[in-house]
Design a protein around this ligand. Structure first.
Ligand SMILES: Nc1nc2c(ncn2[C@@H]2O[C@H](COP(=O)(O)OP(=O)(O)OP(=O)(O)O)[C@@H](O)[C@H]2O)c(=O)[nH]1
Ligand SMILES: Nc1nc2c(ncn2[C@@H]2O[C@H](COP(=O)(O)OP(=O)(O)OP(=O)(O)O)[C@@H](O)[C@H]2O)c(=O)[nH]1
Ligand SMILES: [Mg+2]
Ligand SMILES: [Mg+2]
Ligand SMILES: [Zn+2]
Ligand SMILES: [Zn+2]
Lengths: 203, 203
């Protein structure tokens, strides 16, 4: 389809521009409410010595934008209005609002959805999927594509495992079979597992 | 747009056909992993004296289909492949596979997504949105449309409230302001709140 091709062209331009400026960009996709914003908050806290910028995608509103703004880092809010995914065109405009000389890492928080974001690359160096144990243990089997096109997977809210009938080994087995990517188990509230994620992202 | 109009026409035909046969149909929308399937399972258990049929929507796989099948009720699996929402055309075909004389209530489980399903009515009598406390307390503010077009809202997994920084009153306030619909607080694992939901659906 033409829209994917057009999107890919813009994504390639974004990537070229980021590379020229030595900015590393990461696209955080994932389920609704899986913990994408909290994970980015914890990464900002951890990486105090880095110059971080954030683009936050939401269908509407500025809830996530305000949560990131309080850290004093450059942040842009993108409201898609109707779409359930970000695309390269929206990112191109969002980047224009940022002073790129003031950042060396760009985190993009995509719209909560395990389907459409997979089809729209944003020109980032890495793409990851954040899911949480509270959604069940069949997420990977049910949405294989988004895991297959990603570089890393975060399974968040492991502090809630004792209160769920979820078999985490089943999820890890599915990942091995369907999308053998780097996996991080985290509890974003306490910050557990975030350090390992940060180290991997920066290498 | 033409696709919404075309969808509406098919939905109207489905509704007419359901009404002729005296079948009540309910569209369960909601976030990924919010508990839609478990709620339908509990409703099936509770409504033993009713003749229930189920259409289960998933992007791929038959996980939810198998969970419903074990109850011995007529169930059809619909895989959308790429789409993050069910539409009336898919339901029309799914219904053809069912013996409608053997059911008087039809539950449809939509794809987990708080955006696109809102735009595609399926010809049902009621539409509901299932969210869970583990997703945070900003779901309604962030996705107003799907709540506004629905008839009821289920806030599930209330057993997990003690382990979340979620203010349930904030969610209820948003509902009152943005989409004043019938609200049910449930813990689908224990079955808490399911009876109230069932009674309201059947009236
Ligand atoms: N117990 C627990 N709660 C968490 C964890 N991570 C996030 N939360 C909570 O889960 C809720 C959702 O977290 P967010 O960071 O808003 O999730 P999100 O993926 O950005 O959500 P959307 O942008 O709305 O899709 C909030 O109430 C968080 O406090 C965790 O590891 N453990
Ligand atoms: N603690 C707790 N767990 C629940 C509750 N309701 C559902 N679950 C669990 O949450 C996970 C997801 O439930 P499902 O019924 O598969 O949710 P769903 O909305 O149908 O998921 P998808 O179809 O994949 O979007 C499962 O592990 C359930 O056991 C609840 O009220 N409390
Ligand atoms: Mg967020
Ligand atoms: Mg389900
Ligand atoms: Zn989409
Ligand atoms: Zn969609």
């Amino acid at each position: 389809k033409d829209i994917y091709e057009a999107n890919r062209k813009i994504a390639a331009e974004i990537r070229k521009m980021l590379d020229e400026r030595g900015i590393m960009a990461i696209d955080f996709m994932g389920s609704i409410g899986s913990g994408k914003t909290l994970i980015i908050e914890k990464l900002i806290e951890l990486l105090k010595d880095k110059k971080i910028g954030v683009i936050v995608g939401d269908v509407t509103g500025d809830d996530d934008y305000k949560r990131i703004k309080k850290y004093g880092v450059p942040v842009v809010n993108v409201n898609t209005g109707k779409e359930c995914h970000l695309d390269a065109h929206l990112i191109e405009h969002a980047i224009e609002e940022m002073d790129l000389d003031s950042i060396d890492i760009l985190f993009i928080e995509n719209i909560g959805n395990l389907v459409c974001p997979a089809d729209f690359e944003l020109g980032t160096h890495k793409r990851g999927v954040v899911i949480s144990v509270t959604e069940g243990d069949d997420m990977v089997r049910k949405h294989p594509l988004i895991f297959q096109i990603s570089d890393f997977i975060v399974i968040n809210k492991i502090d809630l495992l004792p209160y769920m009938n979820v078999n985490i080994d089943k999820v890890l087995e599915d990942i091995k079979k369907i999308a053998p990517k780097e996996v991080f188990l985290t509890d974003a509230r306490s910050g557990k597992g975030i350090k390992e994620l940060a180290e991997w992202l920066l290498n």
